[in-house]
Ligand binder design. Structure first.
Ligand code: IPM
Ligand code: MN
Length: 368
C-alpha cells in the first residue's frame, strides 16, 4: 500500500481475447470514480498480440508513454490473437516486458470462493492470498538462462538475495497486520534447494520479529493442502515465484474457476520509470476459445480492480465496496458458465457485471 495524497491516474489496457469483455464492467466503476474526481483514467491503450497484429509491436510506444505517466495499469489479458502466429509473437512478452520496465517485483493474488462470507468473524469472507516474487528467483533476467540448440544442456539459474526475501516476508506481515489475513504459510523446498533454506531462515526471522504467526511447509505439501481444501481463506501463502505461479492456479482451480483469482504485480518501492508502480489483472489470460461470446466470468477483473484501489491510500476505502459487491453477486447468482450449476441458465459476462455494479455503484456514490 502506498500514498502521498495525489489523484491517481489509471491506464486501461484491455489487451487480447476476452480482455475487453472482462474489463468493461469494472471500467464502469472506474469511470464513476473518475467522474467524482477521485482518480484519472486514460485509455484504452493497445497491448499484446492484438497490438502486435495491428501495429507490429506488443508494447507500442504511446501505450508505454501512457503507462509511464500513470500510477497503475488496469490490464485485461495478454494471449493469442487471430492472425498472429505464436512463432512471431509470444503471449508472455508484454506481461514480462511491463514487469521489467516498472520493476513490478512482487505478485499478490487474491482467490475468493463462491460460498465465502458465511462465518461470523468474516474470516471465510477474506480471500486466500498468494504472495511471491516476480523478478529474481526463478523469474531471473535473461542473463540467468542458457538456451540450448538441442545438443547441449539448457540452464535456468535461481538466485534469491536476502534483501528480496526480507521484502517479501515483510509484505506478507503487512497484510496480516492490516487484517487481510490472520497468518502466513511459507512454502519452500528447503529439503532440496539452497535458495529455500535461505528463504526459510529469513521468513521465519522476519515474522518472528514482527510477532506474526508463520508456519513453514514444503511446497509439495502446500499443493496437497490446497487441493485437499485444508487452506481455504484468511491465509497468506508466501512463496518463491515459480511455486506461487503454480499454487495460485491450483487454489483457483479448487475454488472452482480460474476467474476467481485477481492479480496485482507491484513495485513496493519508488517508481523506476515514470510514476507507474502496478499492473492489476485477472489471471485467466485471453481465453481464445471463449473470446467474443460474452460468456466469461469477469470476477477476476473485479478482484484486480479492488486490489488496485486498495494499493493506493487515496482510494483504499473503495476496494472493499468492490469485493463486497462481487461476493454478494457470486452468492446470489445467476453465475457465469464456469460456475453455474448444471441445468441452469448461465449469466453472461454483461449480466453478471451488471449485478455486481448494481450493488457497488450506490455504495461507491456514498463514499465519493
Ligand atoms: C502468470 C503467468 C506468467 C507467470 C507467465 C506468462 C510468465 O503464468 O502471470 O501467472 O509465470 O508469472
Ligand atoms: Mn501463471
Amino acid at each position: 500500500m502506498t500514498g502521498d495524497g495525489r489523484v491517481r491516474r489509471i491506464a486501461v489496457l484491455p489487451g487480447d481475447g476476452v480482455g475487453a469483455e472482462v474489463v468493461a464492467g469494472p471500467a464502469e466503476l472506474l469511470e464513476a470514480i473518475a467522474a467524482a474526481g477521485r482518480i484519472e483514467l486514460t485509455g484504452p491503450w493497445p497491448v499484446g498480440a492484438s497490438a502486435f497484429g495491428e501495429l507490429g509491436t506488443g508494447l507500442p510506444e504511446p501505450t508505454l508513454a501512457a503507462c509511464d505517466d500513470s500510477d497503475a495499469m488496469f490490464f485485461g489479458a495478454a494471449g493469442e490473437h487471430p492472425g498472429v502466429s505464436l512463432d512471431d509473437y509470444r503471449p508472455e512478452h508484454s506481461i514480462i516486458g511491463l514487469r521489467q520496465r516498472y520493476d513490478l517485483r512482487v505478485s499478490i493474488r487474491n482467490i475468493v470462493r463462491v460460498d465465502s462470507g458465511t462465518s461470523s468473524d468474516g474470516a471465510a469472507a477474506r480471500p486466500l492470498i498468494v504472495l511471491r516474487n516476480l523478478l529474481g528467483g526463478a523469474y531471473g533476467a535473461a542473463s540467468t538462462r542458457t538456451e540450448s540448440d538441442g545438443s547441449e544442456a539448457a540452464c535456468d539459474e535461481v538466485i534469491l538475495t536476502p534483501d528480496q526475501i526480507t521484502e517479501l516476508a515483510a509484505m506478507a506481515c503487512d497484510l496480516v497486520e492490516r487484517g487481510l489475513a490472520s497468518s502466513i504459510v511459507s512454502a519452500d523446498k528447503a529439503n532440496l534447494m539452497a535458495t529455500s533454506r535461505l528463504w526459510r531462515s529469513i521468513t521465519g526471522t522476519v515474522a518472528g520479529d514482527r510477532g506474526v504467526p508463520l508456519r513453514h511447509t514444503y511446497v509439495d505439501r502446500m499443493a496437497f493442502e490446497l487441493a485437499h481444501d485444508d487452506v481455504v481463506a484468511d491465509t497468506v501463502v508466501l512463496t518463491e515465484g515459480i511455486f506461487g505461479d503454480m499454487l495460485s492456479d491450483l487454489a483457483a482451480g479448487r475454488a472452482g474457476s480460474i476467474a476467481l483469482c485477481g492479480s496485482a504485480s507491484v513495485n513496493p518501492g519508488e517508481p523506476v520509470q515514470g510514476r507507474c508502480v502496478g499492473l492489476f489483472e485477472p489471471v485467466h489470460g485471453s481465453a481464445p476459445r471463449h473470446a467474443g461470446q460474452g460468456r466469461v466470468n469477469p470476477s477476476g477483473a473485479y478482484l484486480a480492480l479492488a486490489a488496485l484501489l486498495e494499493w493506493f491510500n487515496e482510494t483504499a476505502e473503495l476496494g472493499p465496496v468492490v469485493t463486497g459487491a462481487l461476493s454478494e453477486a457470486l452468492q446470489a447468482g445467476p453465475l457465469t458458465y464456469d460456475l453455474a450449476p448444471a441445468g441452469t441458465d448461465p449469466a453472461t459476462t454483461e449480466s453478471f457485471a451488471a449485478a455486481v455494479n448494481a450493488r457497488a455503484l450506490p455504495r461507491l456514490e456514498e463514499l465519493l
